[in-house]
Design a protein around this ligand. Structure first.
Ligand SMILES: NC(=O)c1ccc[n+]([C@@H]2O[C@H](COP(=O)([O-])OP(=O)(O)OC[C@H]3O[C@@H](n4cnc5c(N)ncnc54)[C@H](O)[C@@H]3O)[C@@H](O)[C@H]2O)c1
Length: 166
């Protein structure tokens, strides 16, 4: 008998990630709803029923993303799809953006995607099965709106990291 496919959605507790979780559950997946905001993740998982479970994670933390994949595999048996959706949007004048502000953008929206790619791909290799990795870029990953140089640079990076992993 074939095992039900399993997905993780980071930032699954709100917005686009929440909608992706619902779609995956409707499509028959078991879904790990991973978010820094555990209350929202639990609300989304509860709405979805036993096919979904909430996990608290800060995607900027490489070890925590690895532990997330291990927990989901422990609970649901395997991993087949990783959706690196968590990301933040900030507006800063490029001449005034501080190192701290830019580091926050990079740590969550770029490194968070890299840690997700690494943890998921290692699990696919361990399982010996193909898997899918989907990451949230933006129109800002193609062109830069005023005050969005920092944000856009993270979304250009998401495209190159994800293409580089294929
Ligand atoms: N909303 C848009 O119009 C839009 C457009 C283009 C791209 N995007 C991208 O789509 C993705 C989702 O956007 P959204 O509008 O649904 O965002 P949102 O702010 O509504 O939700 C993001 C979720 O990610 C979680 N999150 C934030 N930082 C986290 C971290 N460090 N670790 C774990 N979870 C974290 C938040 O708690 C939240 O639940 C983002 O990557 C965003 O940049 C959004």
């Amino acid at each position: 008998m074939e095992q039900t496919e399993v997905a993780i959605v980071t930032g699954g507790g709100n917005g686009i990630g929440e909608a992706i979780v619902h779609q995956l559950v409707d499509d028959g997946f078991k879904v790990g709803v991973a978010d820094m905001d555990i209350e929202n993740a639990e609300r989304v998982a509860k709405d979805c029923g036993p096919q979904a479970k909430a996990y608290k994670v800060n995607v900027a933390d490489r070890a925590a993303v690895g532990a997330l994949v291990d927990s989901v595999v422990n609970d649901f048996g395997q991993l087949n799809v990783m959706v690196n959706n968590a990301g933040i949007s900030r507006e800063y004048p490029i001449l005034e953006m501080t190192g701290e502000q830019y580091s926050q953008l990079l740590n969550i929206s770029v490194k968070g995607v890299l840690w997700g790619i690494q943890a998921a791909a290692k699990q696919f290799i361990k399982q010996g099965t193909p898997g899918k990795i989907i990451s949230a870029s933006s129109m800002g990953g193609y062109r830069v709106a005023p005050l969005h140089a920092g944000y856009s640079s993270t979304k250009f990076a998401v495209r190159s990291l994800t293409q580089g992993a294929s």
